[in-house]
Design a protein around this ligand. Sequence first.
Ligand SMILES: Nc1ncnc2c1ncn2[C@@H]1O[C@H](COP(=O)(O)OP(=O)(O)OP(=O)(O)O)[C@@H](O)[C@H]1O
Length: 227
Amino acid sequence: MGVVDTIALYKDYELNDLKIHALRGVSLSFEAGAFAAVAGPSGSGKSTFLHLVGCLDTPTAGSLSVDEREVASLSRNQSALLRRQKIGFIFQAYNLIPVLSALENVSLPLVLLGIEKKEARQQSLRALEEVGLGGMEHRRPKEMSGGQQQRVAIARALVKKPSLILADEPTANLDSTTGRAILDLMLALNEKEGTTFIFSTHDPMVMEFARRLIMLRDGMVESESRR
Ligand SMILES: Nc1ncnc2c1ncn2[C@@H]1O[C@H](COP(=O)(O)OP(=O)(O)OP(=O)(O)O)[C@@H](O)[C@H]1O
């Protein structure tokens, strides 16, 4: 079993009287340490797939296991705990809390896990160092560049040492040089910590960087390649 296994995953959305078939039978397995990108045209189901894998939404049909646990069999609390402990999220809009400093943003997942404040602070400072933001811990998001904010978001995803990081278009708001630096950083973390990364992307650079590329079309896997 992998870190993520899906079998015939379906997701329908109801929009007024219309049923939208966002995913139509996606079966994929991601082994520990994968560095994979899910790409495809707009509306092909990339974000829907990531949201299901991240336990942010539930499938209409099919089976999904994360960290060898069948998500459908978990209670709401168990699934929230799985999300909190095992999964880190990186979004294209960074989703940092504007009134908190970089350090406070990164500490938040640890505080939510009940880790003592001093320990949380130390681990967060280490994570900020690791993403190249040593010395910037007191800055608020608006006092940082886009690339720096994305690094804070990476540190926040990383600090709890999740087995899986889901990154929804992580380079979408960055210029290509900064995007490249962010990808280098994620790949280094993947190689050093063995963290599994799954990206959704439109960005050819991310597709080139990924060790495995999955193309979705109309909610189905159209093709797959590895390198
Ligand atoms: N909450 C929702 N309610 C209704 N329809 C939705 C919802 N979310 C997504 N959809 C529809 O499901 C399909 C897949 O959307 P999804 O966002 O997963 O695609 P995507 O590949 O990530 O697209 P993009 O590259 O534009 O972000 C689309 O037809 C979209 O309009």
